[in-house]
Ligand binder design. Structure first.
Ligand SMILES: Cc1cc2nc3c(=O)[nH]c(=O)nc-3n(C[C@H](O)[C@H](O)[C@H](O)COP(=O)(O)OP(=O)(O)OC[C@H]3O[C@@H](n4cnc5c(N)ncnc54)[C@H](O)[C@@H]3O)c2cc1C
Length: 438
């Protein structure tokens, strides 16, 4: 690629942040963005770089007790363009960081247009480049021809076009006096699942709650098909009162230690990350509204005090099986000249997408300079998110994920719940300081 050190495809949040990091490190960047060339995604409305497609919030800005607030702080420390422009265009939103979306996107666009090391080209890219350093940051609505090319390069079933997310619960919030560890018929280790039992009355009430609960509508352009394997739980419930009891909620082969019998129905949770801090409600992908999910799922015995690392959903969303396909610096293992960044890696959210763009840019910048940049430590928000994407998450149930404390290595020893978040964030700040010093 004459005249450029690296080609970035996609000028959304991740691509813009990656371009900035590389340009600031002195490397020449070609940034290809299809909007502005007569192309548009179904969600964007302008040709500005880093356009926010929905809400104008970067969520909590509290760096002491919130994982996304900590991620803001770490990104500021690393000279993030997205956070700099977010801070400049901040609007009042309590403890959250919300922005004037037009001013924000104009600010990002101007910063990159004016940077001497960045060339912005308004063009659609249809194939993965066969050579030359590249970062692909084309987001959840990657244009179809490029998605096909990525699919061909990464293999069958490696690229998903919809997320079907079942809620994920923090392990420490599950009441193990009521729930118990056991796999059906004691298969595998015999203890692979957490089981939450239901009596007949509890099941019937829960079924009625699913039927009555308020649901989110699909967007007109989403046109989401219901695959049998990821059908929303409430759609299954509509098929008959016993459908769930003979499907994902069947109690057979599970011995409730409190009664010595199989429960009438059961909600099973499966481990979702290697450290066992996060557990996935099996078969519970749903279009119920978030508040409704929290209310209804806390009626499940054992989950009365459940804290959710993420709630369920079903959307159009293009993302890779990253834990299997990407190495620890976001390179495609089968074609290491290509890195992926942003939501297409399976992170979720504006801030997370930008953070992964930032890391992809920094890894590439170090590589061009003939150096090797170690990934940030797992104890930091950047490191926890990166580790989740690049290997820590369970591949078979991999679904897009926001940053949360469940991704961090657990704090050892007995601690007061009220102190724990502060312990995570203090530990992260110390670890980031050491990493930056190194
Ligand atoms: C409808 C919708 C609503 C969302 N709402 C929120 C929300 O409210 N809050 C939140 O935190 N997150 C939200 N997200 C999730 C996510 O944070 C955003 O999608 C975010 O913009 C992802 O950043 P990104 O840089 O990975 O992708 P994007 O910001 O989408 O950037 C990708 C860019 O690549 C370009 N592109 C695509 N294909 C090509 C190609 N072949 N050639 C050249 N350019 C190409 C696109 O035009 C786009 O500019 C939403 C996602 C969707 C789909």
């Amino acid at each position: 690629m004459p005249g450029h050190d690296i080609h970035i495809i996609g000028g959304g949040l991740a691509g813009s942040e990656a371009a900035w990091q590389l340009a600031q490190a002195g490397h020449k960047v070609r940034l290809s963005e299809m909007r502005g060339s007569g192309e548009m995604t179904p969600a964007h409305q302008s040709d500005r770089l880093a356009e926010l497609v929905c809400s104008n919030s970067f969520r909590s800005d509290d760096a002491d007790s919130n994982a996304v607030g900590l991620l803001h702080q770490e990104m500021r420390a690393l000279g993030s363009l997205i956070l700099t422009q977010g801070d400049i265009h901040k609007v009042p939103a309590g403890s959250a960081l919300a922005v004037d979306r037009d001013g924000f996107a104009d600010g990002v666009t101007a910063a990159l247009e004016q940077h001497p090391n960045v060339t912005i080209v308004r063009e659609r890219v249809d194939t993965l480049p066969a050579e030359g350093r590249t970062i692909v940051a084309t987001g959840p609505l990657t244009a179809p021809l490029l998605a096909e090319s990525i699919g061909r390069a990464t293999g069958k079933d490696s690229l998903a076009f919809f997320d079907a997310i079942a809620p994920i619960v923090h392990r420490e919030s599950i009441d193990m006096e009521t729930a118990w560890f056991q796999s059906r018929w004691n298969k595998g280790s015999g203890k692979d699942y957490i089981n939450c039992p239901m009596s007949k009355e509890q099941y019937l009430e829960f079924h009625a709650g699913l039927m009555a609960g308020e649901k989110t509508e699909f967007r007109e352009w989403e046109n989401v098909p219901y695959f049998e394997g990821c059908m929303p739980i409430e759609v299954m419930a509509e098929r008959g009162v016993d459908t769930l009891r003979y499907g994902p909620m069947k109690g057979v082969g599970l011995d409730d230690p409190r009664t010595g019998r199989w429960p009438y129905a059961v909600v099973q949770l499966r481990q979702d990350n290697a450290s066992g801090t996060l557990w996935n409600m099996v078969g519970f992908q749903t279009k119920l509204k978030y508040a409704e999910q929290v209310r209804l799922f806390r009626t499940i015995p054992g989950l009365e005090k459940a804290e959710f690392a993420r709630l369920g959903g079903l959307h159009r969303n293009t993302f890779l099986r990253s834990p299997e396909l990407l190495d620890s610096t976001l390179r495609l293992k089968s074609a290491p000249h290509i890195r992926f960044a942003g939501q297409i890696t399976g992170c979720e959210g504006y801030v997370e997408s930008s953070a992964i763009g930032m890391l992809a840019g920094r890894f590439a910048a170090a590589e061009i300079a003939g150096q090797m940049l170690a990934p940030p430590p797992r104890e930091t928000a950047l490191g926890a998110l990166l580790a989740h994407i690049t290997g820590e998450a369970e591949v078979d149930t991999y679904q897009p994920m926001n940053v949360n404390f469940g991704l961090f290595p657990p704090i050892e020893g007995r601690t007061k719940k009220a102190d724990r978040k502060r312990m995570y964030t203090d530990r992260a700040r110390a670890a980031l300081k050491d990493w930056l010093a190194a």
